[in-house]
Design a binder for this molecule. Structure first.
Ligand SMILES: Nc1ncnc2c1ncn2[C@@H]1O[C@H](COP(=O)(O)OP(=O)(O)O)[C@@H](O)[C@H]1O
Ligand SMILES: [Mg+2]
Length: 327
């Protein structure tokens, strides 16, 4: 029998009802997840990419059995997150973004001892396992220092050490580089990549497109509680119908000029943006069809025209998809 998918989510919704104001008279209802379907195979890094408020943390908490879905079903490692929480808990690692969850007044080793006991790691294995994970995240030299002396980057490494201490089969990382300086963020990404070689399946969330592109062979884009795309990075580039992007800038364009640009071969989409007096047209183009020179040819009479060609980045696709979801 083949392994079940690491994650199998079917029609999951989550509504938050909250009351606030004097005598809780104001009632707000937030549909954080509006019907998520998502399947993720094991053995890789899967990325959940979306802007703030899209529902990423809500989905991660449901998958990590911390929060109940309102409707729908979610299986992790083939087991139901609601019905089989006791089976799942020891097999799941979770690292939520932010500063909480570590004890600042004690050192890294004592933090990990506390969690090792909580996870039921046998005392005979405990010290060896703690040494292993500290080495794994490159904190062995800081192991005896109090956590309050740690930088944000070191704390995040310790969070990850805690997340893998009990050898989970699947590790959830919610925005693992948020708030880190660029160097620590880079080190954290390197660490995340290396964890896959230990056989852990990683499900990470991010709102940085470049981070998803760098780390995740496959990803889903989530916007307003819905999955709006799920593909490889290369597949996502194809989604917008072109793998080159040409940007054209001038002091305004005539409608007929945009029409003639749209009729050039291989042009699938043109997005217009205003920057003060300048207008920028961003065009998706299939490789080798329309070239920057062809664009210049159909726009005579713009001495101040700027034309630039580049590879379509995941960022372009991401903004297109998230933008299309806007109300
Ligand atoms: N406990 C909660 N109570 C009320 N609303 C919530 C709660 N948690 C999240 N939300 C709302 O649900 C939506 C999705 O939030 P979240 O999952 O945190 O998004 P993300 O992690 O993608 O930024 C947001 O509109 C957020 O305000
Ligand atoms: Mg979040």
């Amino acid at each position: 029998m083949s392994d079940p998918p690491a994650i199998d989510v079917r029609g999951v919704t989550r509504v938050f009802d909250s009351r606030k104001g004097f005598l809780f008279r104001e009632h707000t209802r937030t549909e954080a997840l509006r019907g998520i379907d998502l399947r993720v195979e094991s053995g890789s890094i899967f990325g959940l990419l979306g802007p703030n408020g899209a529902g990423k943390t809500t989905l991660v908490k449901i998958l990590a059995t911390l929060l109940l879905p309102t409707t729908g079903q979610a299986l992790v490692l083939g087991h139901d997150v609601v019905e089989e929480q006791p089976w799942l808990r020891p097999r799941i690692g979770l690292v939520l973004g932010g500063e909480r969850g570590l004890y600042n007044r004690i050192n890294a080793k004592d933090n990990l001892r506390y969690f090792a006991d909580l996870y039921g790691i046998p005392p005979a294995e405990r010290e060896e396992r703690i040494r292993e994970v500290l080495e794994r995240v490159d904190l062995e030299n800081a192991a005896d220092r109090r956590v309050e002396e740690y930088s944000r980057g070191m704390k995040q490494k310790l969070h990850i050490a805690r997340g893998i201490l009990h050898r989970p089969q699947i590790l959830f990382l919610d925005e693992p580089t948020i708030g880190l300086d660029p160097k620590s963020a880079r080190e954290t990404r390197k660490l995340v990549r290396s964890l896959v070689s230990d056989g852990v399946t990683i499900f990470l969330t991010t709102h940085y497109m470049f981070e998803a592109e760098e780390l995740c062979p496959e990803l889903a884009i989530i916007s307003k509680g819905r999955v709006v795309a799920r593909d490889t990075v290369a597949g996502l580039r194809q989604l917008v119908g072109g793998d080159r992007t040409i940007e054209v800038e001038a002091y305004g364009f005539e409608d007929r000029e945009i029409v003639s640009l749209r009729s050039l071969p291989g042009v699938s989409k043109i997005v217009t943006e205003e920057f003060g007096p300048r207008t920028r047209l961003t065009m998706r183009v299939r490789t080798g069809e329309t070239l920057p020179g062809d664009v210049t040819d159909v726009l005579p009479g713009h001495p101040e025209l700027a034309v630039r060609e580049r590879r379509t980045a995941l960022e372009d696709v991401y903004l297109d998809l998230v933008e299309e979801e806007a109300p």
